[in-house]
Design a protein around this ligand. Structure first.
Ligand code: SAM
Length: 284
């Protein structure tokens, strides 16, 4: 169950979509002075070396981050995402890739807090080490739990600040993750009805994907749902042909930004002529 290591996938098309949306949400939260918490239920290692053997094994960033980096003009959402990636690569070459905890740490102000869950013992160890390397301020703001994020989320909600972002990014290798994600969102909303919940999911040929998105779309809480397909589904039924982000209680700016960004991403990240996107919302 715990074979997933995000280093193999860092900077791929799914990360580009997920992290562009996440940066937009963080920027929106920073518009107000009031402090907030970020709770990341599936944190990963935090920061990835794109020159490492693992990252190079699949080279997934070549059809993701690298394509976006080569663009001359881009929508504001992508510009902001790339600013964050560049901030971790001051020499101008994208060797390091910031995962969701690092994007959060970069956004947080002094009074904001970060709660990270990572269940894989070696991944959690790297994450703790990486946070410690960031220095005292990051250590003060951040708590890393080597624990199940679906279970642990409950204990964090509502955050004392009553402002918060929950990012849920399971690997879905275990098909129970679809059910557990929905359950965690439902329980989360009961405890923290105004919280922003950002759920990533893979586009793979499994009925659980549609069951999850349909159930989320039935929620009465306002939401924005974006998906990006980069290639036709594989004949053998395996592999990721795209991904989606489902954001509950989204920033009011998110839908319009995605409407500008998704056609651009489809064109830039298309692997074949089946590349497409969808964007829907419920304004509550
Ligand atoms: N959110 C990260 C990012 O954007 O940089 C990537 C996370 S990766 C897709 C999923 C991570 O969840 C893996 O590191 C895996 O070890 C971890 N994981 C799997 N099941 C978990 C669970 N029930 N609770 C917490 N972490 C889990």
């Amino acid at each position: 169950m715990f074979s997933y290591r995000h280093a193999f996938h860092a900077g791929n098309h799914a990360d580009v979509l997920k992290h562009s949306v996440f940066v937009h949400i963080l920027d929106y939260f920073n518009r107000k002075d009031a402090p907030y918490w970020v709770i990341d239920t599936h944190a990963g290692a935090g920061l990835y070396d794109l020159r490492s053997e693992w990252a190079l094994t699949n080279g997934e960033f070549v059809d993701g981050l690298d394509r976006v980096l080569q663009a001359q003009e881009m929508p504001v959402m992508i510009e902001r995402y790339l600013e964050e990636v560049h901030a971790f690569n001051p020499d101008g070459v994208a060797n390091f890739y910031p995962g969701s905890p690092w994007l959060a740490l970069s956004a947080l102000r002094d009074r904001d807090r970060l709660r990270l869950f990572e269940m894989h013992p070696s991944e959690a160890e790297v994450l703790k080490h990486n946070v410690a390397e960031q220095g005292r301020s990051a250590l003060r703001q951040t708590t890393v739990y080597e624990a199940d994020g679906f279970e642990g989320l409950k204990s964090q909600l509502p955050p004392p600040t009553r402002r918060g972002i929950v990012i849920m990014d399971p690997s879905y290798e275990d098909k129970q993750d679809y059910r557990r994600t929905l359950q965690a969102v439902n329980e989360g909303l009961k405890r923290f009805a105004t919280g922003c919940f950002a759920v990533w999911y893979p586009l793979v040929q499994r009925r659980e994907v549609q069951e999850l998105t349909r159930s989320l779309e039935r929620l009465e809480t306002p939401w924005v749902h974006a998906s990006l397909t980069v290639r036709k589904p594989a004949d053998d039924g395996f592999g990721l042909h795209g991904s989606g982000m489902f954001v509950l209680n989204p920033p009011w700016t998110l839908h319009a930004e995605l409407a500008r960004t998704l056609p651009w991403l489809r064109d830039k990240l298309a692997v074949d002529d089946r590349a497409t996107f969808s964007l829907t919302q419920n304004e509550g």
